[in-house]
Design a protein around this ligand. Structure first.
Ligand code: NAD
Length: 503
């Protein structure tokens, strides 16, 4: 096949050998047009196993490079990303269907995590701990962990790799990345960008970072390999149910970043203008294809009529269109499967007594592209499809009267990723953030559920998998900890006063 001129020139500008993307058996499609845009040669379980062996060797050398020096590689990666921000952002738009602003925002997130990781490379510190034994010192040291297998979802095709790799590199680990089979081109572009940073850096071992193209069978090699110390897997809860037990069975370490069913609670005192804007972006942005997309909204009965009709109006007027040719706020769904899942959820919602506003397919571009109008569904109660994540722009809206009951309802779903409360009432706010409040990994006040910054640890509880990536102390997941006790005395006192005297 031949590449469209725009895709070809973008790949060339980013340094990807176009020949690698045209001669293979694995087609890649753009959701913007629905057309096949590339044909790649996938990896096989054998080539994936060979990559693991190479990464193991690279790790042995990289772990010996001082951490601040490792940080220099990530600093250079950040520089290269700055230079390629527009081009890479555009490729994200082509491959994942994001608006230019969201595509470039994703690259900015990569730059931000590089900056964070550079600083971190001088802060990988452990504690010194008081010891009960005289003449002793106890401390923690942190060491590189090994080979990190990064498996990523289509909807953040480049940022999630950067979250993991920037930390893994400064922590002294080698990385093998298995991107989504739906977004291989952006992965090859990242590989080329990193290659430029590695060339400037000069001192990294070969195969410090490798990309495997393919589907779950290729990722499975990483999942099952005892030589991959950490699997960081981002995707559906369905995938996590397969991957998690397999890694656990070999006592590997995993960071699972799985599905969300994120909710907002709108309280009587909420600033409704602000709430309206926050909900609109949180629920419709990225065509509902963020793990943190707002999917449920509980509105207090006293403000329901002041907010929900305005929200329905905002839904009716939102623009849907080709993200490369228009200024539309909502782009396409990734593929037909996503469209079918959305329609099935809307049918189930209707059957459960829901009133559906929007949700119809829009005739934009070819038959193979799936553009839909976002749907707002007024539900009588939280039941049926409301309990599950459907990866599409559907917001289920429910009325509540009692604060304690709405907290219960908020937490009564399988996923536990992101959550928001809209209130000016201190008691409601603090309760939502307290031990009996939101059970999610992310709990926000007066902002939406999506759009997290890299400085905080990112991830969620329950069926979201429990993993944390990105900021705060998430780096600890990429290193191994040793507790060291050093005796600088002439005695050998045992802990807990135990005696064991030999002559
Ligand atoms: P998906 O689960 O279909 O695929 C994700 C990745 O897992 C892909 O690379 C896929 O090839 C791989 N995979 C699938 N089965 C595998 C197996 N058995 N072994 C190894 N690898 C396997 O998800 P998707 O459709 O690409 O992405 C959407 C989902 O991802 C949503 O559920 C969304 O909420 C979730 N997501 C979560 C986060 C988060 O941080 N919590 C971020 C982005 C997306």
């Amino acid at each position: 096949m031949s590449l469209a001129p725009e895709t070809r020139s973008l790949l060339e500008a980013l340094g990807v050998d176009a020949a690698r993307t045209t001669a293979g058996t694995m087609p890649s499609f753009s959701p913007v047009t629905g057309e096949e845009i590339a044909a790649l040669t996938p990896d096989t379980p054998e080539t994936a196993a060979a990559a693991v062996a190479r990464a193991k060797e690279a790790f042995k050398a990289w772990r010996l490079v001082p951490a601040p020096k490792r940080g220099e590689l990530v600093r250079l990666l950040g520089e290269e990303l700055r230079a390629d921000k527009v081009a890479l952002g555009k490729l994200v738009s082509i491959e994942a269907g994001k608006s230019p602003s969201e595509g470039q925002g994703e690259v900015q997130e990569m730059i931000d995590i590089c900056d964070f990781a550079v600083g971190l490379s001088r802060q990988l510190y452990g504690l010194t701990i008081a010891t009960e034994r005289p003449g002793h010192r106890m401390m923690e040291t942190w060491h590189p962990l090994g080979v990190v297998g990064v498996i990523t979802a289509f909807n953040f095709p480049v940022a999630v790799w950067a979250w993991n790799s920037a930390l893994a590199f400064v922590c002294g680990d080698a990385v093998i990345w298995k991107p989504s089979e739906k977004t291989p081109l952006t992965a090859l572009a990242c590989e080329a960008i990193l290659a430029r940073a590695l060339a400037r850096f000069g001192a990294a071992p070969e195969n410090l970072s490798q990309v495997l193209i393919g589907a779950g069978d290729v990722g499975n090699v990483l999942v099952e390999s005892p030589d991959v110390a950490l699997i960081s897997a981002t995707g559906s809860t369905r995938m996590g149910r397969i991957v998690g037990p397999k890694v656990a069975a070999r006592f590997g370490r995993s960071i699972l970043e799985l599905g969300g069913n994120n909710a907002g609670i709108v309280c009587p005192s909420a600033d409704l203008d602000m709430t309206l804007r926050a909900v609109a972006f949180g629920a419709m942005g990225t065509a509902g294809q963020r793990c943190t997309t707002m999917r449920r909204l509980f509105v207090h009965e006293s403000v329901y009529d002041a907010l929900v009709p305005r929200l329905i109006k905002a839904y009716a007027s939102v623009t849907v269109g080709n993200p490369l040719e228009t200024q539309a706020l909502v782009g396409p769904l990734i593929d037909r499967q996503a469209f079918d899942a959305m329609q099935a959820a809307l049918a189930a919602a209707r059957a459960a007594g829901g009133t559906v506003h929007g949700g119809a397919r829009e005739a934009i571009g070819s038959d193979a592209a799936y553009y839909v109008h976002p749907a707002l569904v007024e539900m009588p109660e939280q039941a049926g499809p409301v309990l599950e994540e459907t990866f599409a722009p559907i917001l289920y809206v429910m009325k509540y009267s009692d604060f304690d009951a709405v907290l219960e309802a908020h937490n009564a779903v399988g996923a536990g990723l992101s959550s928001s409360i809209f209130t000016l009432d201190l008691r409601e706010m603090e309760t939502f953030l307290s031990a009996r409040g939101s059970d999610c990994g992310i709990a926000n006040v007066n902002i939406g559920t999506s759009g997290a910054e890299i400085g905080g640890a990112f991830g969620g509880e329950k069926e979201t998998g429990g993993g944390r990536e990105s900021g705060s102390d998430a780096w600890k997941g990429y290193m191994r900890r040793a507790t060291n006790t050093i005796n600088f005395s002439r005695e050998l006192p045992l802990a807990q006063g135990v005696t064991f005297d030999i002559d």
